[in-house]
Write a protein that binds this ligand. Structure first.
Ligand SMILES: Cc1cc2nc3c(=O)[nH]c(=O)nc-3n(C[C@H](O)[C@H](O)[C@H](O)COP(=O)(O)O)c2cc1C
Length: 201
């Protein structure tokens, strides 16, 4: 089983980094292969250049796809499960992660497919894990939890993933109150990934 984690956080002291390590430990315990696209550590280019826009904005698939984007495509094609892990910043993912979608979901590959071009495979499991300062019930009350789910699961993951799940690990402003609950939620997610992917194999 190959797991790809798309991870966006600048600090190794962060709670989100702690979650990354929890996930890696749980996957390693299953003997699953884990590949991490650590966007900050890799200095991932998140902004689309004018040159890239010529291809993406105008659907000109005769133009080349940048090498770093092709590398992300390679990782996607190798994965049974992709996890997007990030902190909630202003009710969305950090700009670095948003830029991953802008650039890696290139036309002809992730959408607007054509018979003569490589197209993105349908991935068995897609999970979004987002840490958040506000507690989950508050994010639900103000409608932000629903809007995040709509954008991440329905649009960004969309039909590219067979099974989709979003975990909002909220309440990090009072971290000691939520840590154990978060750990249990992550553990349940890993069990579910195992169940779903083994069923599909
Ligand atoms: C720039 C910025 C914007 C943030 N925006 C939100 C927000 O919109 N909603 C929220 O619940 N928490 C917000 N937070 C809090 C983070 O979600 C929270 O600190 C993080 O998920 C967990 O901490 P970590 O940075 O140690 O991983 C924000 C934090 C930063 C730095």
């Amino acid at each position: 089983m190959n797991i790809l984690i798309i991870y966006s956080h600048p600090s190794r002291e962060s709670y989100t980094f702690e979650i990354l390590n929890q996930l890696k430990n749980m996957f390693n315990a299953q003997n699953w292969h884990v590949d991490v696209s650590d966007l900050y550590a890799n200095n991932f280019q998140s902004v689309m250049t004018a040159e890239e826009y010529e291809r993406e904005g105008k659907s000109n698939t005769t133009l080349p796809i940048p090498q770093d984007v092709l590398e992300e495509h390679r990782k996607i094609e190798n994965a049974d499960c992709v996890i997007f892990l990030y902190p909630l910043w202003w009710s969305d993912c950090p700009a670095m992660m948003k830029g991953w979608f802008d650039r890696v979901y290139s036309v002809g590959y992730a959408y607007g497919q054509k018979p003569d071009l490589p197209k993105m495979k349908i991935i068995k499991y897609g999970a979004v894990i987002c840490t958040a300062g506000h507690p989950n019930n508050f994010l639900n009350e103000i409608g932000i939890a629903q809007s995040m789910e709509k954008v991440m699961l329905e649009d960004r993951l969309g039909k590219r993933f067979q099974h989709k799940e979003m975990l909002v690990l909220g309440g990090t402003l009072e971290i000691d109150k939520v840590k154990e609950h978060h750990r249990n939620e992550i553990s349940a997610l890993v069990k579910n990934i195992k169940l779903v992917i083994h069923e599909a194999l």
